[in-house]
Design a protein around this ligand. Structure first.
Ligand SMILES: Nc1ncnc2c1ncn2[C@@H]1O[C@H](COP(=O)(O)OP(=O)(O)OP(=O)(O)O)[C@@H](O)[C@H]1O
Ligand SMILES: [Mg+2]
Length: 261
């Protein structure tokens, strides 16, 4: 089963949110899903309200697996039924002795191949910053989702990412889908940004499919502050939020129906 990555060389564009929702969509349909956080903020834990698990133990990070100090079972954290998370240090300072060496790159590849028999999908949440671990994992990804924020700053993430791929010899054709995020019918800027993005994609990533844009929805922040995913069967306290949650769920199902893995 494929390794799917959410990436953009720009912060705060919705990578973690999108990959988290996607993971929960698959796991709630009965698939076994693993999300590896390559971001040392491990913010994917917040999407599922399990941030207490980030600091609950100091020896269950991805790096301990790579250094052969731990087994998969020791570091998996269950976020929902069929949905597991792995956290990372991925910081040169913290992982001093555990930084990715050449031999560990090979281990990582072997591990991911092995995991493929346990999980239906392996999804990876990346930070916008560069690291050797990110580059190796981008290389190993079957499908890269490039998440782009629909404002002038977010749009810059498109070229930053292309440049980063070229500089680090990562295959641009790995980008199979582009995810425009933060669309709003009532505002001019996101509409224009979406048009520009479609043009840029046609020219620089012609094989990538531009997905229907995810709307800007304030309920996403409310859900995340409560650790609830739109795929959770939980009613929101406010009926306004509940209606928005249901609308978001429909949006997401429509977007995910365009993704073939
Ligand atoms: N469509 C949306 N509408 C409204 N808010 C959103 C939307 N998508 C994401 N957000 C909010 O924007 C913020 C940033 O999202 P997220 O953490 O997913 O971005 P990121 O690209 O992973 O950031 P980082 O680069 O820091 O990892 C979060 O507070 C999230 O709730
Ligand atoms: Mg993130």
């Amino acid at each position: 089963m494929p390794i799917v990555s959410a990436f953009c060389k720009k912060g705060g564009v919705g990578k973690t949110t999108f990959i988290g929702f996607m993971a929960h969509c698959y796991s709630s349909a009965g698939k076994k899903v693993l999300i590896i956080s390559v971001d040392d903020q491990n913010s994917i834990f917040k999407v599922f309200g399990v941030e207490d698990k980030i600091f609950n133990a100091n020896d269950n990070y991805l790096e301990f697996l790579l250094a052969n100090h731990k087994d998969l079972g020791d570091i998996l954290i269950e976020a929902r039924e069929n949905l597991y998370l792995i956290k990372t240090l991925n910081s040169d300072k913290l992982s001093l002795k555990l930084t990715l060496e050449r031999s560990q790159e090979k281990i990582l590849k072997k591990i991911l191949e092995e995991y493929n028999s346990y999980f239906d999908y392996i999804l990876i949440d990346f930070p916008p910053s560069s690291s050797r671990l990110s580059e190796v994992l981008l290389d190993l990804s079957d499908v890269i989702l490039l998440v782009i924020g629909l404002d002038s700053l977010g749009l810059g993430g498109f070229f930053n990412t292309i440049q980063y791929f070229i500089d680090n010899d990562i295959d641009i054709e790995g980008i199979k889908y582009i995810v425009p995020n933060g669309y709003s019918r009532n505002r001019r800027a996101p509409r224009i940004s979406l048009e520009k993005l479609e043009k840029q994609a046609k020219e620089f990533t012609p094989k990538a499919i531009v997905l229907p844009a995810l709307q800007e929805r304030s309920v996403i922040k409310n859900l995340q502050s409560e650790g609830i995913s739109p795929f959770d069967d939980i009613k929101m306290a406010s009926s306004y939020d509940q209606t928005a949650k249901e609308a978001l769920l429909e949006d997401l199902k429509e977007i995910f129906s365009h993704i073939t893995l």
